[in-house]
Design a protein around this ligand. Structure first.
Ligand code: PEP
Ligand code: MN
Length: 260
């Protein structure tokens, strides 16, 4: 009988983000609130205590409507600094422009390019020039080839520290926020030497579906998870409906540590 197990398609090029490695011996768990909000320091301490490997630290938020909370912006920098000092965990922060990236500079360990900006080629080139690691989300209507093509804009500028992140694509299905394309994990890993992680939160759109999608991602061989988590999800300033609780996060910590 053929044994079926988690694919051990160890990627060929691990990416170091601060003190952690994506694409190393076990999948990485990046967790945090959708956006940095005033209680971020306490939240980050709680997430660190549960066992997150790195923290979401978005201060610039690309919201679908301009009336929605746009993130704390540079006002949040002292919070990021404090979280780094207290937890020592790497911070990953979304940028919408080259100016955002320069403003954050070395106060974060990695940049995130969101789904809405995957094809913002000037931004990708600027991040290639800066040279800090980039988590590149797949656009919600982008093919796998377009996503990998986007990664090349960063790499051609000499920055190979790119992590691909599948976060769900737009399909005819409306029950989920997006449709998590699990095949993208396997296919992208076959086509590139980059680590591939999965964001089950923006795929599911609802907290109760996140753990199952996260487990599916690990089963498919994902190099990590990017998860929205909050000590009091109902109080989150954005995307609270899809943020998992500390207890649920603890389950994912155990799951990622059991993987090889
Ligand atoms: C996020 O991760 O904060 C985010 C905005 O996600 P996406 O770009 O995948 O919509
Ligand atoms: Mn969000």
């Amino acid at each position: 009988m053929l044994e079926v197990e988690r694919p051990r398609l160890r990627c060929r090029r691990p990416v170091h983000v601060g003190s952690v490695v994506v694409g190393g011996v076990r999948p990485l768990l990046i967790a945090g609130p959708c956006s940095v909000e005033p209680g971020y320091v306490e939240q980050a301490l709680a997430l660190a205590a549960v066992g997150a490997d790195a923290l979401r630290a978005g201060v610039f938020k690309p919201r679908t409507h301009p009336d929605s909370f746009q993130g704390m912006g540079l006002e949040a920098l002292p919070l990021l600094q404090e979280v780094r000092r207290l937890t020592g965990l790497p911070l990953i922060s979304e940028v919408l422009s080259a100016d955002d990236a320069e403003a954050l500079d070395d106060r974060v360990d990695g940049y995130q390019v969101g789904a809405r900006n995957m094809q913002n080629y000037r931004l990708l080139e600027a991040l290639g020039d800066i040279g800090r690691p980039v988590v590149l989300k797949r656009g919600f209507s982008a093919t796998i080839d377009e996503w990998i093509g986007a990664s090349e804009y960063i790499r051609r500028r000499g920055n190979d520290d790119v992590v691909l992140c599948e976060r769900g694509i737009r399909t005819f299905e409306t029950r989920t926020r997006n449709t998590l394309d699990i095949s993208a994990v396997v296919v992208a890993r076959g086509l590139t030497d980059l680590p591939v992680i999965v964001d089950p939160s923006h795929a599911a759109g609802r907290r109760e579906w996140v753990p199952a999608l996260a487990m599916a991602a690990l089963a498919a061989g994902a190099d990590g998870l990017l998860v929205e988590a909050h000590p009091s999800p109902a109080q989150a300033w954005s995307d609270g409906q899809q943020a998992i609780s500390l207890d649920e996060l603890a389950g994912l910590v155990t799951a990622t540590r059991q993987q090889r």
